[in-house]
Design a protein around this ligand. Structure first.
Ligand code: FE2
Length: 469
């Protein structure tokens, strides 16, 4: 059946929800105790909110877990990915050429690691296995590895951290980048892996499917990306939270052009098989939020797949974002935005405005006015796509939206935008970063500040600024 624009969101939902063994991908929900009965995380009940009768300390961060057995790069060339961590669950993904897998989960405790469960008889055989782990302990470090059926050969282990209880606060640290490109082996991601972040945000252009540097299709492009050393290091160190931009499909794709919708759906399926993630809010496509207690809520936008009828994002996505920002209990509301919302008319003079929020003035005003008129504090936009790093005011000096900030993250390894050579820091663009980078964020709810550090290929700090938002 030919896809239509209206069917796009429904199809996007079905890609994950409908995955079953017959379609090659297993996405099933298991609890930590379901297959083993082992003790640990799975047996502890989790309150819905932090109350006077519950107190907790963030779980410890033990030295890296070294599982028994032997890592086999031939059997598990893509490593293990985790994504969209919540307070008691995470999505795990592995692709490999083994016919029968066992997943082992361990939990970080004061003196190292304790068993937290296992799942057996997972069928892979050259495909992708995705599992949602549930009933995990909030704000706790876990690690996961997969074994071949000989019980010896295994994947590399991947660490992740669960989110905070609602009502709880602490400093939350995360990283972000975009536009990874050809600067292999993506050394900024290796440096990021050493930070053991709470999570890491991929803002789009993780692959350049239209370049096809290593393969001829979406699956091959993602397999290339997952194998690159920087990405392997990163996915061993923390969970991902990802959206897409144009190059996951093709340059500046327009869903109204003939054939593009089907191409986009094929791209979306490959994206979801590569980066474990949840179906979006309200059964929609990619847009969704992830809350880390009362410290941080991450609003993940889809600014590419809903450009219908002159809108930049669907009205459903707009309403969800406005309601979410207004009602969030988190001190900081991070809006992950694949293309900047900053007024860049002083850089581009209207060129290609249709590719950015700049070209959709009504919707841009709608969300920015909402944040200003509702006095929503703690908002920080983070964006990809620009191909230079920046800490910018969303509005130009003197404008109503000058007080909002946006951080342009990356490029992690794709060519720098030549416009950056003409741009120097000023009262609109406070930091201008002219080299490959990822950005480290440290969100301190007690201080009301977010420290923003741009990190270079050599691990050095290019620029560093603390924002009060
Ligand atoms: Fe890019």
């Amino acid at each position: 059946m030919k896809s239509t624009r209206r069917s796009f969101l429904l199809s996007a939902s079905a890609i994950v929800a409908g995955c079953g063994p017959g379609e090659g991908t297993i996405f099933r929900t298991v609890s930590g105790s379901a297959d083993t009965g082992t003790s640990g995380s799975s047996t502890q009940s989790t309150p819905n909110t932090l109350t006077d009768t519950w107190s907790y300390e963030p779980g410890p961060e033990p030295p890296p877990w070294v599982p028994e057995g032997q890592e086999d790069e031939d059997a598990f060339p893509f490593g293990v990915q985790t994504g969209d961590a919540r307070l008691s669950s995470v999505v795990v993904s592995v692709r490999c050429y083994e016919p029968n897998l066992r997943m082992v989960l361990v939990r970080g405790v004061e003196d190292g690691w304790e068993d937290a469960g296992e799942v057996v008889d997972l069928l892979s055989d050259g495909d992708v296995v995705q599992i949602e782990l549930e009933e995990l302990v909030p704000d706790t470090t876990y690690a996961v590895a997969f074994y071949a059926d000989d019980g010896v050969r295994r994947s590399s282990p991947s660490r992740f951290r669960t989110a905070l209880y609602p009502g709880a606060t602490r400093v939350v640290r995360f990283g972000a980048t975009s536009c990874l490109g050809g600067n292999h082996p993506w050394p900024t991601l290796t440096h990021a892996s050493g930070e053991l972040f709470d999570f890491f945000v991929l803002l789009g252009d993780t692959i350049y499917a239209d370049w096809s540097w290593g393969g001829s299709g979406f699956e091959e492009n993602w397999e290339d990306a997952l194998q690159i050393t920087g990405m392997r290091d990163l996915t061993q160190s923390t969970s991902l939270a990802a959206t897409w931009d144009d190059h996951e499909v093709e340059n500046n794709w327009d869903i109204d052009e003939p054939g593009v919708l089907d191409t986009a759906l094929a791209s979306l399926e490959a994206f979801r098989r590569a980066i474990p993630q949840r179906v979006g809010s309200q059964g929609s496509g990619l847009w969704r939020s992830m809350q880390w207690g009362d410290s941080v809520e991450l609003f993940m936008l889809d600014c590419r797949g809903e450009r219908f009828g002159g809108d930049y994002i669907s009205q459903e996505q707009m309403d969800w974002l406005k309601d979410g920002l207004l009602n969030s209990t988190a001190r900081f509301k991070i809006i992950a935005n694949s293309v900047p919302i900053t007024d860049m008319s002083d850089v581009y003079f209207g060129i290609d405005a249709v590719d950015r929020w700049d070209g959709y003035a009504n919707q841009r005003d709608e969300i920015l006015d909402h944040i200003r008129d509702s006095n929503i504090r703690g908002v920080l936009w983070i964006a990809g796509d620009s191909h230079f790093g920046d800490l910018a005011h969303v509005g130009r000096p003197g404008s109503l939206h000058h007080f909002q900030y946006e951080v342009f993250c990356g490029p992690g390894g794709s060519d720098l935008n030549p416009v950056v050579w003409l741009l120097n820091p000023n009262d609109h663009y406070e930091q201008v970063v002219k080299e490959f980078n990822y950005v480290a964020f440290e969100c301190d709810p007690d201080a009301g500040t977010i420290q923003v550090a741009f990190i270079a290929d050599d691990g050095g700090v290019i620029a560093n600024q603390t924002l009060s938002v």
